[in-house]
Design a protein around this ligand. Sequence first.
Ligand SMILES: Cc1cc2nc3c(=O)[nH]c(=O)nc-3n(C[C@H](O)[C@H](O)[C@H](O)COP(=O)(O)OP(=O)(O)OC[C@H]3O[C@@H](n4cnc5c(N)ncnc54)[C@H](O)[C@@H]3O)c2cc1C
Length: 577
Amino acid sequence: MSASTDVLIVGGGGAGLRAAIAVAETDPRLRVAIVSKVYPMRSHTVSAEGGAAGVIGIGDTLDEHAYDTVSGGDWLCDQEAVELFVREAPRELLRLEHWGCPWSREGDGRVAVRPFGGMKRLRTWFAADKTGFHLLHTLFQTSLSHPGVERYDEWFVTRLLVDDGRVRGVVAIDITTGRVETITARAVILTTGGCGKVFPFTTNAGIKTGDGMALAYRAGAPLKDMEFVQYHPTGLPFTGILITEAARAEGGWLLNKDGYRYLQDYDLGTPSPTPVLRSMELGPRDRLSQAFVHEVEKGRAVDSPYGPVVHLDLRHLGARKIDAKIPFVRELCRDYENIDPVTDLVPVRPVVHYMMGGVHTDIDGATPVQGLFAAGETACVSINGANRLGSNSLPELLVFGARAGVAAVEHCARAAPAGEPAALAADERRRIETLRRRENGRDSLAAVRTGMQRALEDGAGIYRSADSLLKAGETLRELQERYARLGVRDHSTTFNTELIALLELGNMLDVAETIVRCALLREESRGAHQRTDFPRRDDRRFLANSLVYRQDDGPGRVEYLPVRITRWPPAERVYGR
Ligand SMILES: Cc1cc2nc3c(=O)[nH]c(=O)nc-3n(C[C@H](O)[C@H](O)[C@H](O)COP(=O)(O)OP(=O)(O)OC[C@H]3O[C@@H](n4cnc5c(N)ncnc54)[C@H](O)[C@@H]3O)c2cc1C
């Protein structure tokens, strides 16, 4: 069976919905299809807590937002993209207000803004600590008002159909029935989010398995800056559930086992004209996560059943402030740790949070494959460079989701309707059918997945070295061989989640290889990529974004693209106190 549309969007999260609205508004005659492996409101965007950055306040300027982003990203950001981003972010946030997003407000009615790590001014808009929920809800309900937008909820895309360098659509499984269908399209926008699940401890939802990155990679598009993986310094130790940076922005402290605010021993404070932002707990995420490793090495962390942790202390904020500003933090601590932050210390550890890298795009979301676009966390423009600043990615998915939507419309105006590349589609159907029928041997999907996660954490975690990365690379190759022999125990067609998990694991293994490969070749330390054997930043060799291309045999081929510098020449990334 096959269906067709004009613009097909893979992913119903923030970036996907924003792109769909942009297509519908730009040309209401076009048909738009959103294909999402979960119901859109269950996308990971829903769990964003802290907020969205956009210059609004008096005394703040677009240049300052741009500079914070560029320096926070350790000069790996594309500065043209950053300038465009900071200019369009406030407009997008305001547009969301007009569509009904309930931004939190000051007593006098103005939109409230809070401090955020690495941002030297107050510019993070928020809706209590459920910003992502409100943002996604606003986008979802707005998308419903456009009749041209059609949805394939709980459909899993397994392959991009690319023929003669041009995208022609996708193959997808209807998860509820197991039906495999081809959906042809003139343009495809990937908005599938990140890939945190390649690591064992992550704030990311179980659905964040890097599908879009793997789809694009296999279709010949390069992935950019895959070595840059962000750890968030405050996740709950076992589940990895995020305790938002807003908890520290509202005045929370990080304490080691002696009850000492250990960050004062590190170069982390933010030089800021605003006293409220001078807190050392609001240093950038990469530096805070690295400080944790040093505390562990010094024997100053707290032992827990899930490894070493430190404590987040919110007790001095009091119940009233906690309930008003970060109620969700209290809810999460009660539900998942059985503690109350009003009276108890919260155990936390760094956990993988965000992928700076992704599908290589230009500022319009276009990839090198004709008709293929990407936006949101799955893409890399790059505005995040070597380290994303918290609260930049919600506005990023709005700004670049919208731009990708408009660019896809322009592409449709030029591109002829796509025919179905029947041979490619048939090939993919056969592959899925074979997987679904293949008997599982003694090995298990869970064992391969755990092996991959451990290899990544041990080999490509907060600190890496040539030795650790080579070892991780070797383990991943063995795991790929084991993966090729895996089958399933459930051969049914109805809601076969085992088959979906198997396909996701294949995607994660490919993505994991690119992370390790790019981390091995970048012989320097920059932002979230810290090499113990190359501890310094090396602008002479590596002021460049990495691009990794898939090869049929052997690891990916890596090229470097010089970073686009417009106004801020590389400088030292200093955070005085
Ligand atoms: C806990 C948490 C808190 C965060 N807090 C903040 C914050 O306060 N501020 C901030 O700026 N950023 C925050 N972030 C980061 C930010 O929320 C994410 O980067 C962003 O929401 C990603 O949005 P997205 O639209 O790119 O992808 P997602 O929202 O992850 O959506 C991905 C979509 O792709 C679909 N999909 C994936 N694979 C397939 C497939 N194979 N077939 C079909 N569909 C597929 C999924 O169904 C889903 O609809 C946070 C992240 C986390 C994890």
